[in-house]
Design a protein around this ligand. Structure first.
Ligand SMILES: N[C@@H](CCOP(=O)(O)O)C(=O)O
Length: 500
């Protein structure tokens, strides 16, 4: 819809203009730093940074009801910069002029209600929010849209040039970073560091296809992360992992979209997210806190973070009930089907600690929970989801296993409604489905396929006496008729079809 076609009262708000005073704020010592250049950790105490708008309070001059209208109307705007996550401009980088914004179609991902069979299996109604329907098929695109828009802003306004965008990845971040870098023609190249053999073939193909320099490293993601951290401290590169606080801003849009999808009534919702490098749960918590602070939502939803038993440092941290006794200890990860979250030392942990405390102060101790599930539960849940109309990845399976456990363990009451994060498209993780279906899981995964969830193709192969078409060798009409009749009968027998 064109701006002039919106109701008159909305027109002044539709096209945002740059506003606010953005700074980096240290999640440890609270030190503040200007955003004229990229900064990842506090120069003083080395803790990770958050981005803060010093003029945030000005947004409260507009009532929550009006913000709701602004965001809803903006969803209909055809202005290129507002087609994706920047329809929430004031919340995720309002200093950014619209001409710096990169939008590759991220956001607006569907919220799909579970059918009755799945609702019964879990115990409460729930929805999947399919972030696999983003441009590079994962939620990382939300964060990359924001981090690359900021890079673009620095290139256009601050004379930045010859940028090498670099990241460590379990697969999704690299696909997203390479995609957005390839779009920015003004001197941005990308390089991605992947743990050798621990990224699916589909995910490996993505940055290669986008033209990134793909470098494989022995070890796991945590090792790659240490290398890119070293590179970003000692060389002129732009770090595109969620350690870069601009990534977090964009990923907050996941919370904004959930609020919008539920008409901003989120108090009864339980939002379930997997935890890997912890950028996602950071953004989800911060996103809902911002909406609450501006009166856009009247109450906060419950947040459940889920980890696999094979990569569970955040779960172990919160196992200790007394906050003053909690101590974060990185873990050595074991092979996990939730490979995107196979991370033992999440870089956003200091942000999580701070935000969970803030969230619990406002919404109660139970408002944020962290659970762990087994590899078996993750795989079974993903397959259950996908057999019932979803396109969930293994991390989405992790969420489903988590909410089921929470309901069965009465951590969540049966009058709640859940929204599960399917962080990536199922196709990226087809290799784990294949291992399950063909019973080829290496013992370390600790997954034993259940017969009722397996599936395999059946080859109908006519005997030599029946002519069969071959590549470039079409059958004559009589032979073809014989082939069709024989094969159709075999298929009918296989399917147990009855003659009409
Ligand atoms: N799961 C991630 C790991 C890196 O996470 P990030 O959000 O810090 O970039 C991936 O897809 O690589």
């Amino acid at each position: 819809m064109k701006t002039e076609q919106f109701p008159l009262e909305m027109q002044p708000y539709l096209v945002p203009t740059p506003s606010g005073k953005y700074i980096y704020e240290c999640s440890g010592c609270k030190g503040e730093y200007g955003i004229e250049k990229l900064l990842y950790t506090c120069p003083e105490c080395k803790s990770v940074l958050m981005i803060k708008d010093r003029e945030w309070e000005r947004l409260k001059a507009i009532p929550g009801s009006m913000w709701r209208k602004i965001f809803d109307y903006r969803s209909m705007s055809t202005l290129p910069a507002l087609r994706g996550i920047y329809r929430y401009h004031e919340l995720i980088g309002s200093m950014m002029p619209l001409d710096s914004i990169i939008c590759l179609g991220e956001g607006h991902t569907p919220v799909v209600a579970a059918n009755q069979r799945l609702v019964q299996w879990v115990g409460i109604p729930f929805h999947y929010k399919n972030d696999g329907q983003n441009p590079s098929a994962s939620f990382k695109d939300r964060g990359m849209a924001s981090a690359f828009s900021y890079l673009n802003y620095l290139i256009r306004n601050r004379g930045m040039s010859d940028v090498l965008a670099i990241c460590a990845s379990t697969g999704d971040t690299s696909a997203a970073a390479a995609l957005y870098a390839s779009y920015l023609v003004d001197g941005v190249k990308s390089a991605v560091l992947l743990p050798h053999g621990k990224v699916t073939p589909q995910q490996l193909g993505q940055p290669l296809g986008s033209g990134a320099k793909v470098i494989e490293i022995p070890g796991v993601f945590d090792d790659c992360m240490k290398i890119v951290e070293y590179l970003s401290e000692n060389f002129s590169v732009a770090l595109m992992n969620s350690k870069n606080a601009w990534r977090i801003l964009g990923q907050e849009s996941y919370s904004y979209e959930i609020a919008q999808a539920f008409d901003y009534e989120v108090g009864n919702l339980v939002v379930v997210v997997p935890i890997g490098n912890a950028g996602n749960i950071t953004a989800v918590l911060q996103g809902f806190l911002k909406l609450f602070d501006l009166g856009i939502i009247a109450s906060l939803p419950t947040i459940i973070g889920v980890q696999s038993e094979h990569a569970n440092p955040v779960y172990l941290y919160y196992l200790e009930a007394q906050p003053q006794k909690r101590q974060f200890r990185p873990v050595t990860v074991r092979p996990s089907v939730a490979q995107a979250a196979m991370i033992g030392n999440p870089v956003s942990m200091p942000r999580v600690v701070k935000l969970v405390e803030q969230y619990r102060e406002l919404a109660g101790e139970d408002a944020v929970q962290v659970l762990e599930v087994s590899e078996q539960e993750i795989m079974d849940a993903m397959l259950m989801a996908n057999r019932n109309g979803h396109i969930s990845c293994t991390q989405g399976g992790e969420c489903l296993a988590g909410i089921r456990k929470a309901v069965q363990g009465k951590i969540i009451s049966d009058d709640r409604i859940a929204v599960l994060d399917a962080t990536a498209h199922a196709l990226k993780f087809a290799v784990f489905q294949e291992k399950y279906f063909s019973d080829r899981f290496e013992p370390e995964f600790e997954v034993v396929p259940k017969k009722e969830l397996q599936n395999a193709p059946v080859l109908v192969s006519p005997p030599e006496s029946v002519p069969s078409p071959g590549q470039g060798k079409p059958l004559d009409p009589e032979e073809f008729k014989t082939f069709v009749e024989y094969t159709a009968k075999s298929v009918a027998d296989l399917l147990g079809l009855k003659i009409r």
